[in-house]
Design a protein around this ligand. Structure first.
Ligand code: ADE
Length: 418
């Protein structure tokens, strides 16, 4: 079996950490048991491009239990947990191609390695796999029947491919399931981003000024958790409704030109390019700490920063200090890559439980019922989304009410008024 991981000697450490994560993934665990009995993915070859974490390992095992042949590469050069990669190869015979800190050329060599298996299905996080398949490996695209996509950024890319007529197979947008983005994007990003910033810096958030750029689901979660740590939170936005929501949630809202002067910490979660630019870096106070938790490392204009920098050094792991020509310094975390996965371990398992339940059931749906789908982006079927919420509640031992027959009748009627 071909694979490319950092060190197979790390496999035992990875196995323990995967077991630990799996303990907090009850919904996915139930799916894995059913998959092992029913084998609904039997015969499918599936190429996955995901953050190689303990939670992803639990998903890969679930897909393999369902009968799929799975291959895994990283969806970000800095997010791989090398012990997990080794454990999946050693204990599950899953070919993994991922090394934390891999360079650009290795990153794409690994994507190409999973494509060499001629997959019928893709599972992507950010759409680098799908885009490589459609551009550099287009000879393989005819053999692909469908795919799933994990994240907001990937869905934006895939929808624009579909709008251009460039998308050659149907995609299930896992991110758009309510049991994904309400929880993973908000509580997962909220906690893991703070975790990454603290692990990288060991600085105190209480009493600081923390600037959150973007108030989508990720920004909402991050602002809420930064406030919970005692920071004074400023939100920057371009969307008037989102900005209004941030104001009414009690945050200060202002343009980046003003926030840049004020903040001690900055974190981008917008999905857009060059959100913090050269002029903003030049305005920042000495020692400002800047991070990104959006999918791609494009939200910070690091070239612009380099252009006003005298010298740079890695002052501690995941912290690069840029000494500016103006005499001040700016610290960039995790090379501007998503700080929650670069400097911490990504979202906690209990939230990935729902995201990856959507991945597993979305893939089962594609394989079993995807034949008539067109080449565009589809939501996860509502019934799947609801079932995941019900199972998560059951696992948390939370009971809820049911509609009475009278209430059902009332909701279905239009003639019962005042
Ligand atoms: N994305 C964010 N957190 C993650 C995790 N723990 N595993 C896989 N993908 C993630």
């Amino acid at each position: 079996m071909e694979y490319d991981v950092k060190d197979m000697g790390l496999a035992d450490q990875g196995a323990g950490r995967i077991e630990w994560a799996t303990q907090s993934m009850p919904v996915l665990n139930r799916i894995r048991k059913r998959f092992a009995d029913e084998r609904p993915l039997a015969g499918a070859t599936l190429a996955a491009c995901l953050h190689v974490t303990t939670e992803t390992a639990a998903l890969m095992r679930t897909l393999a239990a369902g009968g799929a042949r799975v291959l895994l590469c990283a969806s970000n050069p800095l997010s791989t947990q090398d012990d997990v990669a080794a454990a999946l190869v050693k204990n599950d015979a899953i070919p993994v191609f991922a090394i934390k800190g891999e360079d650009h050329e290795t990153y794409y060599r690994h994507i190409n390695a999973v494509l060499d298996a001629k997959p019928q299905y893709t599972m992507d996080d950010g759409a680098d796999l799908v885009s490589t398949l459609h551009s550099d490996r287009s000879e393989l695209v005819g053999g692909v029947k469908g795919g799933t996509e994990e994240t907001t950024t990937g869905i934006i890319r895939l929808k624009s491919m579909a709008a251009d007529g460039a998308l050659k197979y149907p995609i299930i947008a896992v991110n758009d399931a309510r049991t994904k983005h309400f929880f993973d994007n908000r509580y997962g990003t909220g906690q893991s981003t703070i975790d990454g910033i603290i692990r990288a810096t060991n600085r105190l958030l209480a009493g600081s000024i923390f600037v959150v750029c973007g108030y989508g689901w990720c920004g909402r979660g991050l602002a809420m958790r930064a406030r919970g740590m005692g920071a004074n939170v400023i939100v920057t936005e371009v969307d008037p409704t989102a900005a209004l929501e941030a104001v009414m949630d009690g945050f200060s809202v202002m343009p980046m030109d003003e926030a840049a002067r004020a903040g001690h910490f900055f974190c981008t979660v917008t999905g857009n390019i060059n959100v913090i630019r050269k002029d903003h870096f030049a305005m920042m106070r000495d020692g400002a700490i800047v991070a990104n938790s959006g999918h791609f490392n494009v939200e910070l204009d690091l070239e612009g920063l380099a252009a006003i920098t005298r010298s740079r050094r890695v002052i501690r792991p995941f912290v690069e200090e840029y000494a500016l020509e103006n005499g001040r310094s700016v610290n960039v975390l995790g090379e501007g890559r998503l700080v929650n996965l670069a400097a911490a371990e990504g979202h906690p398992s209990s939230v990935m439980d729902m995201s990856f339940a959507n991945q597993a059931l979305g893939m089962e749906y594609l394989i079993q019922s995807g034949a008539g789908l067109e080449n565009r982006v589809y939501p996860v079927p509502e019934a799947i989304d609801r079932r995941i919420a019900q199972e998560k509640l059951a696992a948390m031992e939370v009971n809820i009410d049911r509609l009475t027959p009278e209430q059902e009748k009332y909701l279905a009627s239009w003639n019962m008024g005042t």
